[in-house]
Write a new protein. Structure first.
Length: 416
């Protein structure tokens, strides 16, 4: 995706660096621009492109292949709707979704609808893949956005002028900005020690030394957030066998707690492709993901990060486990389940869904230290889902502009 770094920016305006180009980070950039802020914005993403858990896996060799391997839908259950939803719809980046929903109980019976929070409220999907949601948000952000993909920020350092330096694994400067936003928890949460072998989350010692009570409270609250991991089995059903999948009485199947315990799965997404093939994504339960906590998909962007060492043998064991569970679930409709030529792949999120208490909205911004936080880990409507990430980016944009002061926005502004 081509973004135009620096063009159309106000060189006198403060600069903003956003770590993470998922829904929250992209929503923040879009909302800042639509509120009239013209300072330069750089986004730093460790994955292959924008999207985060709303990414779409595509093939370099086959333009028709796409798998929405994280969040298959955007559900809006709160009111009023997020401000950015209407322009996303108007621009054709997202569209309403009306596929068949069902839930599986512990006895294997289908329940129409269900109680999965993802299926409540108004449902939307990215047009042509869920990654179009973030691409649309960046398009709404207009000029002056600079996206850096496959780039992991490993450390942070305050500057002498109150801003922030972003550093790589070798402590080389990636960027310097007047204000910093973290749209994920990796640099604050202890999970970075398990995932990447870091001695300590980079922001924690800074929070102790900067003498900013707001930042100390925010860092402590983020470090205490629990999260639920997930693994996902991705298969591509060839056209010769896909008709049975297309005839299923659901496009999205969620699992009650008893069903999760029985089969070890939490959600099944059926995604027909334009050429007759069908993508199928089976998400594990949290219990299965925790049992295989040391397994990382060798084709995932996480596998490319420094300090991460995938194990093909353990990966194959988990693929076989999830494929066996999928076969058992599908027995009433498709038996035997044959995955020949389906190229099974594995995705894993070590912190897929925040749980319990999120970060209070009053701790989203620490003006004294010029740092803010957004993401689905912020408390409020949509907590733990794309809706929460979208709303948090919008809310933090307004808080940032208020903290920067009226001089940061030209008098004419832009339409909100």
């Amino acid at each position: 995706m081509a973004l135009s770094p620096g063009h159309g920016c106000d060189p006198a305006a403060p600069s903003l660096a956003v770590i993470g180009a998922g829904v929250a980070g992209c929503a923040l950039a879009a909302r800042m621009r639509r509120l009239g802020w013209q300072g330069p914005i750089s986004l730093w993403e460790s994955g292959r492109g924008p999207g985060g858990r709303a990414s779409t896996r595509r093939s370099r060799h086959d333009d028709l292949v796409r798998l929405d391997h994280g969040a298959p839908l955007l559900s809006i259950s709160g009111s009023p709707q997020p401000t950015l939803l209407a322009p996303l719809l108007d621009g054709g980046w997202v569209e309403p979704w009306s596929g068949a929903l069902a839930q599986l109980d512990g006895e294997g019976r289908l329940i129409a609808g269900g109680t999965d929070p993802l299926t409540q409220g108004d449902l939307y999907r990215g047009r042509g893949g869920m990654d179009q949601l973030c691409r649309g948000l960046l398009e709404l952000g207009g000029t002056g956005l600079e996206l850096h993909s496959q780039c992991l920020v490993c450390d942070l350092a305050p500057t002498a002028h109150g801003g922030w330096e972003l550093l790589d694994q070798q402590q080389q400067r990636l960027d310097v900005a007047d204000w910093l936003v973290l749209s994920g928890t990796l640099l604050v949460h202890p999970r970075c020690q398990t995932l990447l072998g870091w001695p300590e989350p980079p922001l924690q010692p800074l929070a102790r030394t900067l003498r900013d009570p707001q930042l100390e409270r925010a860092a402590a609250a983020i470090a205490a957030i629990d999260s639920s991991p997930r693994c996902a089995l991705l298969v591509l059903i060839q056209a010769s066998a896909a008709e049975a999948w297309r005839r299923l009485p659901f496009r999205l199947l969620s699992f009650e707690a008893a069903a999760e315990r029985r089969w070890g799965l939490s959600r099944l997404s059926i995604q027909p492709l334009e050429d007759g093939r069908c993508a199928v994504v089976a998400h594990s339960s949290a219990a299965v993901a925790r049992l295989h906590a040391d397994v990382i998909g060798s084709r995932s962007s996480v596998a490319q990060l420094p300090g991460v060492s995938p194990s093909p043998q353990r990966e194959q064991t988990l693929i076989d486990t999830l494929a066996s569970a999928l076969s058992a679930v599908m027995e009433p409709w498709i038996a035997p389940l044959v995955l020949e030529g389906a190229d099974p792949q594995l995705m894993r999120w070590g912190a897929a869904f925040p749980e319990g208490f999120g970060l209070a909205s009053e701790l989203m911004l620490c003006p004294q230290s010029r740092i803010g936080f957004c993401g689905d880990f912020i408390s409020g409507p949509g907590f733990g889902r794309i809706e929460g990430a979208l709303r948090s980016g919008e809310e933090l944009a307004e808080q940032l502009l208020a903290a920067m002061g009226p001089a940061s926005v030209p008098a004419q502004g832009q339409p909100a």
